[in-house]
Design a protein around this ligand. Structure first.
Ligand code: NAD
Length: 265
């Protein structure tokens, strides 16, 4: 088995990564970034997102698992004090593979160039200096004309991140759906948006066609592209998924409770 360890730059993460590497080597496991079978992240959810983007062209054969060195994350469910336990589970290879849905983001720029991205949490299209105006289409039919700060499309596992801050619903990642949320929509006698979260099933496409400007910001998780001349963005649930190595039961609603309500088992 080949494993890659991706850590953030914090001292504690580097220390845990070193400790993990030496225990894996002792167990006869190869550490390599070249087509690994398993990627172990050490840090927080941001580190996990970065590892996902680094290896997102090899999702078919890679599994991911996360160790957190700060507070419990949504993708990082092993504590830094549990390294021995995790190594034992990895060596025994007794696990379930859980697949989380991903968002397919197809950006068509005014130049005609088309770029494809995969998102694990969410993708945002926004304008900072002035109001963003955009037509929102579902399966090619106009749904609403949006005016406000921007729009966010999120995955189920991203529903506990930015989308939650916008008042979006929390969605169990076993459901392959995407969620649309508006950022500060303008609603008055002249302008009208639905101003509710929309949850769209797999295969439906939500298209955002912003008014022609060249100062849009497009984000894909923790990556941001500024000064974009976007003609349109098509969003849909991807046919690709991320494989999470689950060595012990994952209970989404317990995680939600521990993160947002009370830390208790
Ligand atoms: P980061 O990595 O420091 O993450 C910011 C916070 O978001 C951390 O507390 C992290 O644990 C949490 N987070 C990330 N993914 C999560 C998830 N799926 N469920 C619950 N919490 C999650 O910051 P970054 O690298 O700039 O951005 C990464 C992510 O942070 C973005 O994808 C976005 O979802 C989130 N974010 C949220 C807000 C907000 O809620 N207002 C603002 C910026 C970024």
């Amino acid at each position: 088995m080949k494993i890659w360890i991706q850590s953030n730059t914090k001292n504690i993460s580097q220390k845990v990564a070193k400790q993990l590497q030496s225990k894996l080597l002792q167990a006869g496991i190869t550490i390599s970034a070249n087509r690994p079978d398993l990627v172990v992240t050490v840090g927080g959810d941001g580190t996990f997102l970065s590892a996902f983007h680094r290896f997102n062209d090899q999702l078919e054969h890679i599994e991911f698992v996360g160790i957190h060195t700060g507070h419990l994350g949504f993708y990082t469910d092993w504590q830094d004090s549990e390294v021995d336990n995790l190594v034992e589970h990895i060596v025994n290879n007794q696990k379930k593979t859980i697949c989380f849905p991903l968002l397919d983001v197809k950006v068509t720029f005014k130049s005609g160039v088309v770029s494809h991205f995969l998102s694990l949490n969410e993708s945002i299209l926004k304008r900072v200096s002035q109001t963003m105006r955009a037509d929102i289409l579902i399966d090619g039919r106009r749904f609403e004309r949006f005016r406000g700060d921007g729009v966010v499309l999120s995955t189920p596992s991203g529903s506990t991140a930015y989308s939650k801050s916008l008042g979006g619903a929390l969605i169990d990642p076993s459901l392959a759906v995407m969620q649309f949320n508006e950022m500060a929509p303008i609603n008055n006698r002249v302008y009208r948006t639905v101003n509710s979260s929309l949850i769209l099933p797999k295969e439906q496409v939500l298209t955002v066609m912003p008014a022609p400007q060249s100062d849009y910001i497009v984000t894909i998780d923790n990556l941001s592209y500024d000064h974009c001349s976007v003609q349109k963005i098509d969003y849909q649930i991807s046919c690709e998924t991320i494989n999470i190595a689950s060595y012990r039961p994952k209970r989404f609603w317990l995680r939600v409770r521990n993160a947002f309500l009370v830390d208790e088992n």
